[in-house]
Design a protein around this ligand. Structure first.
Ligand SMILES: Cc1cc2nc3c(=O)[nH]c(=O)nc-3n(C[C@H](O)[C@H](O)[C@H](O)COP(=O)(O)O)c2cc1C
Length: 305
């Protein structure tokens, strides 16, 4: 049985539904030693801001049961260095390069979009309004539907024809409220979830495990929460969704797609097994045959309830 692994997310064509999540796959190039980058459905690069950022002081990563906490604080080389020193070396003609954006104001988000709208090597913009580890920007946009809508309106106005993906935070009472606000503001695609606020403590030093005290929880521990939120958004809105949260095997990918995600991003699992995203791509045809589907349109959102 021949299978077709391609997916189409509201105009964003991907050769397969496996992308890598921002902040867990560097700028892509670091992972070229573990597989062929061009085989991936897409690469979402580390969150980029207008100017380079140093991020938070260390320790800023700690392992937790079934997951990890991070408080990187959006360390990055800045958009201009990315465009000059990283993008030209990525296989952007063969895989979708998605730039994840971080800013502290609506104006900065809009400026980033307008810098990127003419960049041929960039397939889409992912707007991070959900980072819990920075003092300004990030989650304060993602928890407030009015602010979130303003950010997305500004990005849409300046992004030209680039699809705008909005990355949602799980640190809200009702994910549907914020989803609606950004859809109404013009979001083309939603990606969810970002990390959940958390904390770890060391009794021997009597200190928080992270210098920043709080961090973002990710990994298999958050998968059930992510699945629920993806399902809630997919069953209430007609918008393409990228599922993220604790994905670490091919069955996880199929679970997210069954509840409605058109594609997925692999995050923390890249730290444990840097070749995982490539392996998942290779495993797709076999699992599709086992499930008796020739394309993902026969699978996405087909959960029986
Ligand atoms: C070390 C680390 C850095 C991250 N950096 C970013 C980032 O820059 N921008 C962003 O939108 N999400 C960032 N995230 C969140 C991930 O992209 C993803 O949404 C989250 O980790 C949940 O997926 P997972 O459970 O598969 O890791 C980061 C996550 C980790 C673990």
């Amino acid at each position: 049985m021949s299978v077709d692994t391609r997916v189409n997310l509201g105009g964003l064509q991907l050769k397969n539904p496996i992308l890598t999540a921002s902040g867990t796959f560097g700028y892509g190039l670091e992972f070229a030693q573990f597989g062929h980058l061009k085989e991936l459905g897409g690469i979402v690069v580390k969150g980029l801001s207008l100017k380079p950022r140093q991020g938070n002081p260390c320790p800023r990563i700690v392992e937790t049961p079934c997951g990890m906490l991070n408080a990187i604080g959006l360390q990055n080389i800045g958009i201009e260095n990315f465009l000059k020193y990283k993008l030209p070396y990525l296989p952007f003609q063969e895989t979708a390069i998605v730039v994840n954006l971080y800013a502290q104001s609506e104006e900065e988000f809009a400026a980033l979009a307008s810098l990127l709208k003419k960049e041929e090597g960039i397939a889409a913009l992912e707007v991070n309004i959900s980072c819990p580890n920075v003092k300004q920007g990030g989650i304060q946009f993602g928890q407030n539907p009015v602010l979130a809508a303003k950010v997305i309106e500004g990005v849409k106005k300046n992004a030209g024809t680039k699809p705008v993906i909005v990355k949602l935070s799980p640190n809200v009472t009702d994910i549907k409220e914020i989803a609606k606000a950004v859809i109404d503001a013009g979001a083309d695609i939603l990606s969810l979830i970002n990390t959940l606020g958390g904390m770890a403590v060391d009794i021997w030093t009597r200190k928080p495990a992270l210098k920043n005290v709080f961090g973002g929880l990710s990994g298999p521990a958050i998968k059930p929460i992510a699945l629920k939120m993806v399902y809630e958004v997919c069953s209430n809105f007609n918008v393409p969704v990228i599922g993220i949260g604790g994905i670490s095997c091919i069955e996880d990918v199929l679970e997210f797609m069954l509840v409605g995600a058109g594609a997925v991003q692999v995050g923390s699992a890249n730290f444990k097994r840097p070749s995982l995203s490539f392996e998942l791509v290779h495993q797709l045809p076999e699992i599709m045959r086992k499930l008796g589907i020739s394309g993902f349109q026969e699978w996405i959102g087909r959960l029986k309830t």
